[in-house]
Design a protein around this ligand. Structure first.
Ligand code: GDP
Length: 678
């Protein structure tokens, strides 16, 4: 493939709500430029950027997927991103390496929840935006209505640069507001010029006038010219649009249909004409940022954005994050499953390599003598965790390797072992996210797992002080066992853990065996009492004891310690402690009453409210056990607009009726093990 210079490279993230038609649009663009001989379709599993089995099975895009088209001597890199709530954050690494964003809207549904999220991301990354209003071939699709909605939500700087000809089934062409030309499209998306229809002429004139005024306003020089002549020349207008787009003062809107190939080439030309080129840094040392890793069964593909210099095939670069050198191997352009070799890639381009060993998403490759690292991409934290349990021994053996490959690909996923509950927890952005991972484990790696709600790491403690004796005596055929200790057990404040004090003066117990008493008590405490949960926040003072010159040994004193614990706990008023979370919920103000009511019903204590723009922030303290199914409720109350964040705050005594239920369940599950001795 041909090498493109920086001036002829564009990189756009294709973002928006799920189902708006992002993947279909990318397929349509590829088809319109003649790179494929037929139109790839999402519903047939043939869309170029929907290439993994799970994506095709779900008919949705799951991940950031790169493609490109060649238009008017330019290479336009297109980063197709998923729009479903669970996956919307995958738009972030794409936006991080894009010079512009193409926001796709459904011509019937208009602005949807994740259109707004995608828009917010584009603002956060400060990239210029384009809007494509798709599906105008469909019944009830209405460009005018959606346009109004877009301007209401995102402001008047969103302006149509093309208007549709015909509507619904009869939608057949567009009028270019800038060039004042009308086109109809054949089934391959190719344009034939037609006379501008009389119908809608008024709307066209008005749109053009507004565009000229807005462009003039965004530049002092143009404003002067506009005042002198009452309008702008075509050259001034086009240059003005380019500048207004680059400075984020104008968002061009285009109408079309990806399925019937209408308006696709107009959009492509618009993007090619008006989106900004990357900053030219070709004279600097080469550096590239890794924004996506695809772990296929056959190997790892690393996708890079060239941030400066010219990257050459087979070059050796330095990974500053991992402090290793990596040989690039051949450079490839990537379009779904199709790859093509190129000899070099200039600043701004997106390129794939397949030979990197240590480099992962978020790393920077550079020259060792000009070290640099680009900041990694931030993701919203995981919203929901499940415990995963392999179905068979065979699955267990293969699980960890498979999970790590998936983690490499998906930086939004977290996997860790909970020390207390011993469970393996898989945390992601939502139910669907986790389910897709489970499917991928089965599909790609042949590993079967089950999902469970995670166990809550309860604990136990005591509320009263007691003095007890722990005496262990065993007489068998040969040598016996003997250990005897006297201890005071007393409660400590929350978070103190376990404290042991040796208070014996003299030789009631020889000093080499006293640690054995501590060990016995510690072991017993780890196994708990009420529900088999570890006992914490207590102190033991060893005050007295006795021993036998022949029968006593380390083990005997451990047993004595266990006995002491057992006697003590029954008298010391044991209680169950539950983990409590600090929760912050952000949702539309209209829902705040329902959100608070719901938190109250989860035994939550509201601590404060705050407004953030049109959003309400609610802070509360809620027991962890009540939050396990929160994402589902939050979604249904807020219609998907709410988000939340929580972190561990402290342990609190569980109310009696709750504690009883948990203890009963723990006993039913056989968690509570009595000492073998008794
Ligand atoms: P994405 O989730 O935004 O990538 O959306 P897809 O490209 O997967 O499209 C979602 C659904 O809408 C698929 O069934 C497409 O066939 C359909 N679709 C996409 N574009 C159009 C269009 O222009 N017209 C019609 N009628 N359907 C479309």
């Amino acid at each position: 493939m041909k090498v493109y210079g920086t001036q002829d490279i564009r990189t756009l993230s294709v973002i928006g709500h799920g189902d708006a038609g992002k993947t279909s649009l990318v397929a349509a663009m590829i088809y319109a430029t003649g790179a494929t001989t037929r139109l790839g379709r999402v519903d047939e599993g043939t869309a170029p950027t929907d290439y993994d089995e799970e994506a095709i099975a779900h008919k949705i895009s799951l991940n950031l997927s790169p493609a490109y088209v060649e238009v008017q001597g330019k290479k336009i890199n297109l980063l197709d991103t998923p729009g479903y709530t669970s996956f919307i954050a995958h738009a972030r690494p794409a936006l991080n390496v894009s010079e512009a964003a193409l926001v796709v809207l459904d011509g019937i549904n208009g602005v949807e929840v994740n259109t707004e999220k995608a828009w917010d991301y584009a603002n956060e990354f400060q990239v210029p935006t384009f809007i494509f209003i798709n599906k105008l071939d469909k019944e009830r699709a209405d460009f005018g209505v959606v346009l109004g909605q877009v301007q209401m939500t995102f402001g008047r700087k969103c302006m149509p640069l093309a208007l549709p000809i015909g509507r619904e089934k009869d939608f057949r062409g567009v009028v270019d507001v800038v060039k004042l030309k009308a086109y109809e499209f054949d089934e391959k998306g190719q344009a034939q010029e037609v006379p501008i229809p009389e119908e809608g002429r008024g709307f066209l004139d008005e749109a053009r006038e507004q565009l000229i005024e807005m462009v003039a306003e965004s530049d002092d020089k143009l404003m002067e010219n506009f005042f002198e002549s009452g309008t702008l020349t075509d050259t001034e207008l086009e240059a003005g649009i380019r500048k207004a787009v680059a400075t984020r003062n104008l968002t061009p809107i285009y109408p079309g249909s990806s399925l019937t190939m209408k308006g696709i080439v107009t959009l492509l030309e618009g993007v090619s004409d008006y989106s900004p080129a990357p900053q030219d840094k070709n004279s600097e040392a080469p550096a590239a940022f890794v924004f996506r890793t695809i772990s296929e069964t056959f190997g790892r593909i690393t996708i890079l954005k060239v941030k400066s210099g010219i990257l050459k095939s087979d070059a050796t670069l330095y990974n500053e994050n991992k402090s290793v050198s990596e040989r690039l191997g051949p450079l490839h352009t990537i379009l779904g499953k199709t790859v093509e070799k190129v000899t070099e890639a200039h600043t701004g381009d997106v390129i794939a390599v397949s030979k990197l060993k240590e480099t992962v998403t978020g790393d920077t490759l550079c020259e060792k003598l000009s070290p640099i690292t680009f900041p990694p991409i931030n993701y919203p934290e995981a919203a929901l965790a499940y415990a995963i349990v392999p179905k068979t021994r065979h699955d267990e053996d293969k699980l960890s390797g498979a999970i790590h490959k998936i983690l490499e690909e998906d930086p939004q996923l977290h996997y860790e072992r909970d020390e207390q509950t011993k469970e393996f927890l898989l945390a992601g952005s939502g139910q669907q996210h986790i389910e897709i991972v489970v499917e991928r484990l089965r599909h790609r790696y042949g590993v079967e797992v089950e999902l469970h709600l995670p166990k809550v790491p309860y604990r136990e403690t005591i509320k009263a002080s007691v003095e007890v004796q722990g005496r262990h005596k065993k007489q068998s055929g040969g040598r016996g066992q003997f250990g005897d200790c006297k201890c005071i057990f007393e409660p400590l404040p929350r978070g103190s853990g376990f404290l042991f004090e040796d208070k014996i003066f003299g030789g009631a117990i020889p000093s080499q065996w006293r640690p054995a008493v501590e060990k016995g008590i510690k072991d017993a405490a780890a196994r708990g009492y009420l529900g088999g949960y570890p006992l914490v926040d207590f102190k033991v003072q060893l005050i007295d004891g006795s021993y036998h010159s022949v029968d006593s040994d380390d083990l005997s004193f451990q047993m004595a310690g266990r006995k002491a614990f057992k006697v003590a706990i029954e008298k010391a008023h044991p209680v169950l402690l539950e983990p409590v979370m600090q929760v912050e919920v952000v949702g539309p103000q209209d829902n705040s009453g329902d959100l608070m009511g719901d938190l109250n019903s989860r035994r939550g204590r509201i601590q404060g409210m705050d407004s953030r723009g049109t959003q309400q922030v609610i802070k509360a303290i809620v027991p962890m056990s009540e939050m396990l199914n929160y994402p589902q409720t939050l979604n249904s109350i807020t219609g998907g607009r709410g988000t939340y964040h929580m972190e561990f705050s402290h342990y609190d005594e569980a109310p009696l009726h709750i504690a009883q239920k948990i203890i009963q369940q723990a006993q039913a599950e056989g968690r509570v093990k009595k000492d073998e001795e008794d």
